[in-house]
Design a protein around this ligand. Structure first.
Ligand code: UDP
Ligand code: MG
Length: 307
């Protein structure tokens, strides 16, 4: 029988963990595969690890990795992918926002229809603040415009992959990981399943607007170099503008003289150009800082305990 590894990243999820386990076992009882559940404790401060241990005592198929601190969901997913032994590998949130009842259908996509990966996307953003949905949409529009890697709007991390695809993902060792991009970058045939947004069963979301903004900037920096070109383009545009203005003032002075005026305009121009220059330096800094962090080659996570 084929083996299916399910990776579940958890951060402060003591309430959701047992609920997830019960629901998962119940909904996947009819599947003709052997299971392996890999829970990853991303440095939780509550009883998440104790909840894992309790599950492990009941069920040998449960494994866990516990981090020395919070490394973020991206690191947790990577640790799970490294530990997975299965022929098929799935990633799921513990809060049951990723319905386990979709798994049989996902497996069919791989086994019968020959896909390498079956991924999911939410078609609605019900229950999410309007402003957040708006910015999320704009982010997907922007990144797909400037990046060659396709980032699907509403894509979740919930997906089922073949061993071959996971091995390819594991070859990408970068420290700042943006999985939505990495999954797409490795290629392979992906089938998309759509479903309505589900509210989480217990606990609360670990994401706020600020964290999402930083995460989206990571995505842009990781998968596009277009912002770097922006500085050069603006430089050329402003040089042309300056040249035209020089001509204009030269002709104006020759024919109409040169009374001193235009102090406010001067201030505006200085501020505008100064702003653009600082912005460009900032963009450079973003790429440089990423490069700096990557060259240190620090591990993606540190495991304190595994079972
Ligand atoms: N998570 C994690 N590390 C973190 C933040 C979140 O492992 O630093 C896990 C979390 O426990 C959950 C999943 O990632 O299983 C998705 O998080 P959440 O439900 O908070 O995100 P949302 O569904 O609201 O986007
Ligand atoms: Mg969630």
């Amino acid at each position: 029988m084929k083996k299916l590894s399910v990776i579940v990243p958890c951060y402060n999820e003591e309430a959701a963990t047992p609920l997830f386990y019960e629901t998962f076992i119940q909904k996947t009882a009819d599947m003709a595969v052997e299971f392996e559940l890999i829970f990853v404790d991303d440095g939780s401060k509550d009883g998440t690890l104790a909840a894992f241990r309790a599950l492990r005592d009941r069920d040998e198929r449960v494994h866990y990795i516990s981090f020395s601190r919070n490394f973020g969901k991206e690191s947790a997913m990577f640790a799970g992918l490294e530990a997975a032994q299965g022929d098929y590998i799935a990633i799921m949130d513990v809060d049951l926002q990723d319905p386990p009842e979709l798994l049989p259908q996902m497996l069919e996509g791989i086994e019968q229809e020959g896909f390498d990966c079956v991924a999911t996307r939410r078609v609605t953003r019900k229950g999410e603040p309007k402003v957040r949905s708006f910015f999320a949409r704009q982010f997907y529009k922007l990144i797909n415009h400037i990046s060659k890697t396709e980032i699907v709007d509403g894509a979740r991390d919930f997906r089922l992959m073949t061993r071959q695809m996971v091995n390819s993902i594991l070859e990408l060792k970068e420290v700042s990981r943006f999985s939505k991009g990495l999954f797409s970058w490795v290629g392979y045939q992906t089938k998309w399943l759509e479903y309505e947004n589900v509210e989480r069963v217990a606990g609360e979301t670990k994401w706020n607007f600020w964290k999402l903004l930083v995460y989206s900037i990571d995505g842009i920096i990781g998968f596009s170099t277009a912002p770097l070109a922006l500085a050069s383009v603006m430089g050329v545009v402003f040089c042309l503008l300056a040249f035209l203005l020089m001509l204009y003032f030269l002709i104006k002075t020759i024919f109409w003289g040169d009374p001193v005026a235009g102090f406010p305009a001067l201030i505006c121009i200085i501020l505008l150009l100064g702003g653009i220059q600082l912005f460009s330096v900032g963009v450079l800094g973003q790429y440089l800082s990423k490069t700096y962090l990557e060259t240190k080659k620090r591990p993606i996570y540190i495991a304190k305990e595994r079972c």
